[in-house]
Design a binder for this molecule. Structure first.
Ligand code: FPP
Length: 249
C-alpha cells in the first residue's frame, strides 16, 4: 500500500467524526457524458460508474459513515434506448453476483428499494438472494434504488394505508408521519443527511421526495465516474460547514 493510499483510507484530519452525515445518498449522474468525452459508448460510462460506486461504498465504510443509498435506476429510465436499459439490467445482475461474497465478508447489508416486481425475473432472484444473505450483517447499510420513483412510492404508501383504513385496521386520525413512513419503500431506513448529485444538475429528479425534507444537498460539476475520495472529502467538508436548523432559528 502506498503512502497516499494509507492516507486516504483514514478519515481526513479536517473532518470531525461527530459531524459526519450518518446517511449519504447519491444521484450518480453524468455516466453518458463521461463516456462521450472519452470517445466511448454510453454503456462504458455505466461500467465506470459501478467502479466509482464501489469505491464510495468502501470509503463510507473506512470513514465510518453508517448508510449509503444510490439511485441506480429511476422509473423514468425505462424511456432510454432499449439497448441501454438491457445493458443496465444485465450490469446490475452481474455486479450483484460478482460482489456478493465481498459484501458478505465486509459485513455490508444490502437492500433494494423501488418497484422491484417490474424488474427482469433473473435480476429479482439475484436481488432477493443478496438481501437474504446480507440481512443480518452489522456493517454499512447499502440501499440501491432500482425502478424507484418518489411519487410512485408515496402513491403506493397511500394505497396501502387506504386499504388498512377500509378494512378497519387503521383510523384516519391515527395516520401520522411515523405511520406514513412505515409504508414507504424505505421503512426502517433513516432519512439521508446529505444527498450528493454529480454532473451539475440541480434537481431531485423524483428521488427520495419525502425522505429529503430536511436533507442537505451538495451538487458538483464532476461527472459520476470521476467522483472519487477527494471529491467525497470535498462534499463532506462543505456539509460540515453547514448549519442544520430543521426549521428552528
Ligand atoms: C446516470 O447517468 C446514471 C444511470 C442512470 C445509471 C447509474 C447506474 C450505475 C452507476 C450502476 C450501479 C450498479 C449497481 C449494481 C448498483 P446518465 O446516463 O444519465 O449520464 P448523462 O446524464 O451524462 O447522460
Amino acid at each position: 500500500m502506498t503512502v497516499q493510499e494509507t492516507k486516504l483510507q483514514d478519515l481526513p484530519i479536517d473532518l470531525k467524526r461527530e459531524l459526519l452525515p450518518k446517511h449519504v445518498a447519491v444521484i450518480m449522474d453524468g455516466n453518458g457524458r463521461w463516456a462521450k468525452r472519452q470517445g466511448l459508448p454510453r454503456i462504458m460510462g455505466h461500467k465506470a460508474g459501478v467502479d466509482a460506486l464501489k469505491d464510495l461504498l468502501r470509503c463510507c465504510k473506512d470513514w465510518g459513515i453508517q448508510a449509503l443509498t444510490a439511485y441506480a435506476f429511476s422509473t423514468e429510465n425505462w424511456k432510454r434506448p432499449q439497448e441501454e436499459v438491457d445493458f443496465l439490467m444485465t450490469l446490475f445482475q452481474r455486479v450483484l453476483r460478482q460482489e456478493l461474497r465481498e459484501m458478505v465478508e465486509e459485513n455490508v447489508q444490502i437492500q433494494f428499494v423501488g418497484n422491484l416486481q417490474a424488474l427482469p425475473r433473473s435480476l429479482q432472484r439475484e436481488i432477493s438472494r443478496s438481501m437474504e444473505e446480507t440481512r443480518n450483517n452489522p456493517g454499512i447499510r447499502f440501499t440501491v434504488a432500482t425502478n424507484y420513483g418518489g411519487r410512485q412510492e408515496i402513491i403506493q404508501a397511500c394505497r396501502a394505508i387506504a386499504e388498512k383504513v377500509q378494512q378497519g385496521l387503521l383510523q384516519p386520525h391515527e395516520i401520522n408521519e411515523q405511520v406514513f413512513e412505515s409504508h414507504l419503500y424505505t421503512a426502517g431506513i433513516a432519512d439521508p443527511d446529505l444527498l450528493i448529485r454529480t454532473s451539475g444538475e440541480m434537481r431531485l429528479s423524483n428521488f427520495l421526495l419525502w425522505q429529503m425534507a430536511y436533507g442537505e444537498m451538495y451538487i458538483t460539476e464532476t461527472l459520476w465516474p470521476d467522483f472519487d475520495r477527494t471529491e467525497f472529502h470535498r462534499a463532506l467538508c462543505a456539509y460540515q460547514r453547514r448549519e442544520r436548523r430543521f426549521g428552528k432559528v
